[in-house]
Design a protein around this ligand. Structure first.
Ligand code: NAD
Ligand code: GDD
Length: 410
């Protein structure tokens, strides 16, 4: 009998790729996401998809119970998250992901699943160890004493800890990976949640398309990061889940670059040189961050090894196609508009809808009805009937042009 795999957050970047890989291996996959199906980055028709606030919200315990019942392995990737622009301005929202993690692990325990994977982050690491761009790569022990990224990092550290205690107290097979900035095709590239690799690709593409050879970089460009290509991430998730590694482990590239060097790479791919300006008051995060891969090498003789140049090439090409489908020379400047500043609508999937009754509630603070079952239907509800999941989902491109959504052929 084929294993039953649950992926929560399957409409997102990493979840979409993970579902694709699980289906390739012949597993039965249940995919869940709070976003309506037509907002998923990848829709795989062979998966059993629970989409939208009613069926796919894993803050809701009953949804988790339904999704996890009879499952063999659970991959908990659902989170309200993004790059520095989002997490620095939406700390309370980031912390609310604790509801998804709590209910998913509880339901997995109740269902008696074989394995539970949790997607943690390099944002759990102590900020004092990341003050220098010439950072010493972070090893797993550097998460304590705790001084993680405010909001998002604290929630991740807490949820990691919860995994540990479910393992120790209840015997649940839990595994955690600390992802270091993941990038690749089929992920967020605009809107305010995008991370540096996608943002830089988009900005370079906007310059190419508009003919305005300028780029704005957040910070002074000397801050350093390592970036992991999505294929390495998907491979690492599964290896770690099936390993004997009990404690949270780094899953990241150790190829350290400055943000200026990241821009160099994107410029080289585009065959262009841009005038750079630096926005010093933009969200910057830590000064330097790299992944110490001694542990993962020791366990597996492997570490994420896709060269940044190669991964960026694939990412740039994908974002380019998305970009020119939506913008032209006269509208390219609009691609820099962020919908996710402080106080903007927080729920992925219901977002971008100014008519939503939740808008005012959220602006006032934690909403009384955060449980999506009590969320009123938006006036202009998107078509996402579960019955139609077998058909390719289409979205409108520019000038009303219909654009085929990537639908897994599997
Ligand atoms: P993503 O935003 O593309 O995907 C997350 C998905 O979770 C989204 O589609 C969102 O709609 C969904 N979601 C949010 N709240 C939900 C809820 N209540 N119920 C169901 N679905 C919900 O992000 P991603 O890059 O694919 O990240 C996946 C996981 O990896 C997240 O837990 C994230 O914190 C973690 N992570 C990612 C990175 C990175 O660089 N991408 C780095 C560190 C950790
Ligand atoms: N997002 C973004 N957009 N960042 C930019 C831009 C831009 O246009 N220009 C420069 N940067 C700089 C940021 O100021 C930051 O210093 C650096 O690029 C990296 O930013 P992000 O990619 O947004 O985030 P991060 O690396 O600090 O943190 C990300 O990775 C963590 C895991 O390592 C986030 O996605 C976290 O959510 C994630 O957990």
């Amino acid at each position: 009998m084929s294993k039953v795999i649950v992926v929560a957050g399957a409409g997102g970047f990493i979840g979409g790729h993970l579902v694709a890989d699980m289906l390739r291996q012949g597993f039965k996959v249940r995919a869940a996401d709070i976003k309506p199906l037509d907002e998923w980055y990848q829709v795989h028709r062979k998966a059993d998809n629970s989409a939208g606030p009613l069926m796919g919200d894993v803050r809701d315990y009953q949804n988790c119970r339904r999704i996890c019942k009879g499952a063999d392995e659970v991959y908990q990737l659902a989170a309200d998250m993004g790059g520095m622009g989002f997490i620095e301005n939406n700390k309370a929202l980031c912390m609310l992901s604790v509801l998804s993690n709590t209910h998913m692990i509880l339901a997995s325990q109740e269902a008696g699943v074989e394995k539970f994977f949790y997607a943690s982050s390099a944002c759990v690491y102590n900020a004092d160890k990341q003050k220098d761009p010439n950072v010493t790569a972070l090893k797993e022990a550097d998460a304590y004493p705790g001084l993680p990224e405010d909001g998002y990092g604290w929630e991740k550290l807490f949820s990691e800890r919860m995994c540990r205690h479910f393992r120790e107290d209840f015997g649940l097979h839990t595994r955690c990976a600390r992802f270091h900035n993941v990038y690749g095709p089929n992920g967020t590239w605009e809107g305010g949640r995008e991370k540096a690799p996608a943002a830089i690709c988009r900005k370079v593409i906007a310059a190419v398309v508009s003919g305005k050879h300028e780029i704005e970089i957040w910070g002074d460009g000397t801050q350093t990061r390592s970036f992991m290509f999505i294929d390495d991430c998907v491979k690492g998730i599964q290896r770690i889940t099936h390993s004997d590694i009990l404690e949270p482990i780094n899953l990241g590239s150790s190829e350290l670059v400055t943000i200026n060097q990241l821009v160099d790479i994107a410029e080289e791919i585009a065959g262009i040189k841009l005038n750079r300006s630096y926005k010093l008051d933009a969200p910057r995060g830590v000064a330097g961050r790299n992944s110490d891969n001694t542990k993962i090498q020791g366990y597996m003789g492997w570490e994420p090894d896709t060269r940044l140049k190669d991964g960026m090439e694939k990412t740039y090409r994908w974002i380019y196609d998305e970009f020119v489908d939506k913008y032209d020379a006269s509208t390219a400047h609009k691609s820099s508009i962020s919908t996710f500043t402080k106080g903007s609508h927080p729920i992925p999937g219901d977002g971008f809808n100014p008519e939503s009754k939740n808008m005012d509630t959220w602006k006032q603070g934690i909403p009384a009805g955060y449980n999506a079952r009590s969320t009123p239907k938006p006036a202009k509800a998107k078509k996402a009937p579960v019955k139609k999941k077998a058909k390719p989902v289409a979205k409108k491109g520019k000038a009303g042009k219909k654009k085929g959504k990537r639908v897994g052929a599997r």
